[in-house]
Design a protein around this ligand. Structure first.
Ligand SMILES: C[S@@+](CC[C@H](N)C(=O)[O-])C[C@H]1O[C@@H](n2cnc3c(N)ncnc32)[C@H](O)[C@@H]1O
Length: 207
């Protein structure tokens, strides 16, 4: 299936000189994603608007060494790795067929800034190993924090892509926010007036 890019000018601006790699990845996901159980059929027509652009809009938030927990089809980690070759990305995902897909894409797209790790986040033995940890559509913040915060270095950051309930999730996670010593917890809205659908990111410092 071919999926039309609805906002080519916006996509080109966000990916810069990496746009052809982003197009190659999106075309592969559109062609194989449903059959390989990576993405639901309803998501295909909105692959660019809801998934690719919503991931890449967060690219300026990252630096150094970043882990993406539960990367699935590569959202947001692989998309961000395409846009930010200057950052080192570790994609952590437990499901074998998704790992196979991620490894294939890293090879096909010649991404030398990506490591793919087959594991559940809680099995990853790298305490404080990352400057920033991200995730998207894995679980509510109060269950996501125990999976992500221990992987962030002292003074590092969480930047988690969230839906419309982001502020409520922060309210419900107060106990975990205290336990994992998060400060400056806030919701940032990205892409307003630029993207067809905005992106909400819960950001926090871990100390
Ligand atoms: C709903 S999918 C979202 C995938 C992708 N992040 C996205 O936005 O499309 C959730 C993913 O999280 C993974 N996952 C679930 N529990 C996990 C855990 N404890 N550690 C790491 N990944 C996990 C699942 O295997 C699945 O690929």
């Amino acid at each position: 299936m071919s999926v039309l890019e609805p906002e080519p000018a916006v996509a080109a601006e966000l990916f810069g000189d990496r746009i052809d790699i982003a197009r190659q990845f999106t075309a592969a996901l559109a062609d194989q994603g449903e059959e390989r159980g990576l993405i639901g059929p309803l998501e295909l027509p909105r692959l660019w608007t809801r998934h690719i652009l919503n991931s890449v809009i967060a690219a300026p938030l990252f630096h150094g060494s970043v882990a993406d927990i539960g990367s699935g089809a590569g959202l947001p980690g692989l998309v961000l790795a395409i846009a930010r070759p200057d950052v080192h990305w570790t994609l952590i995902e437990p499901m074998e067929r998704r790992i196979t897909w991620l490894n294939e894409q890293v090879r096909e797209l010649s991404l030398d800034n990506v490591e793919v790790v087959r594991a559940r986040a809680e099995e990853v033995d790298r305490p404080g190993g990352f400057d920033v940890v991200t995730a998207r559509a894995v679980s509510a913040l109060r269950t996501l924090l125990p999976l992500t915060a221990p992987l962030v270095r002292d003074g590092g950051e969480l930047a988690v892509l969230k839906g419309i309930n982001a502020a409520n999730e922060i309210d419900a996670a107060q106990k975990q926010i205290k336990k994992y010593r998060l400060s400056n917890v806030r919701v940032e809205v990205l892409g307003e007036g630029v993207l067809p659908e905005i992106t909400r990111v819960v950001r926090a410092t871990v100390r």
